[in-house]
Design a protein around this ligand. Sequence first.
Ligand SMILES: C[S@@+](CC[C@H](N)C(=O)[O-])C[C@H]1O[C@@H](n2cnc3c(N)ncnc32)[C@H](O)[C@@H]1O
Length: 241
Amino acid sequence: MNNSIKRIDNYKEYFTKEYLMGPNSLRLLDEMLAKYPLKEGGRVMDLGCGMGITSMFLAKEAKVNVFATDLWISATQNAENFKKWGVDDRIIPIHADANDLPYAEGYFDAIVSVDAYHYFAAKKGYMQEKMLPYLKKGGVLVIAVPGLKEKPVGEDYEIMMEWFEGDKEAYETFQTREWWVDLIGKGDDFEIVMDIDLDCFDEAWNDWFISGHEYGIKDKRYFDRGMGEYLSFIGLVIRRI
Ligand SMILES: C[S@@+](CC[C@H](N)C(=O)[O-])C[C@H]1O[C@@H](n2cnc3c(N)ncnc32)[C@H](O)[C@@H]1O
């Protein structure tokens, strides 16, 4: 057996503009799961699952049962993909808003969110009020979220704003790891057990650039103008106590 072949290499057919919605979510998830493995057979919500490739990876590699939950992509579209990929017995597609989830409290062993958490969770109290209740005690929230290493200033801030098309609200959801740790804060019923900058940053972005997606081509232009230097992909694991 060739040990240099990594499990992620088996998923290259999904590194395309049809399935990627940003930096390669499978690489981001693969690294998070390598650093914080989930319990086999558990019940997992994939929150902001997009086209469902992360849900498929969770079902196949972590061997968990998944509730693939998303707002922009319909449950019907994802159900078709899960059937096509032969994982429809282990994944239930759900169309829902992260601000108003339709689940029972204390139901999940884990909630996983890859490249989606910043859209709905960059506000004080969100994690405690809208996420934590759905986890069992001892359950974990596993997050990979895009953010900053440092804030650009001067001309670089102007270029960043151009990239964000002047949308300051969207830009404000890009924050540093320290900012996220501070936002989550401390509590008697949870603890942050991991906060890292992910190693696969370059590879994940590069897969997106070469996917042929029009947004990937646009993003590459801003990386070429130095914006990548400011960015990070932040990995967080929070455990309910
Ligand atoms: C950049 S895409 C990433 C999708 C997927 N996780 C991936 O990495 O391929 C962000 C996803 O977040 C989801 N999202 C944004 N706001 C949401 C909300 N309020 N509730 C649920 N999902 C949301 C969108 O539907 C979208 O599919």
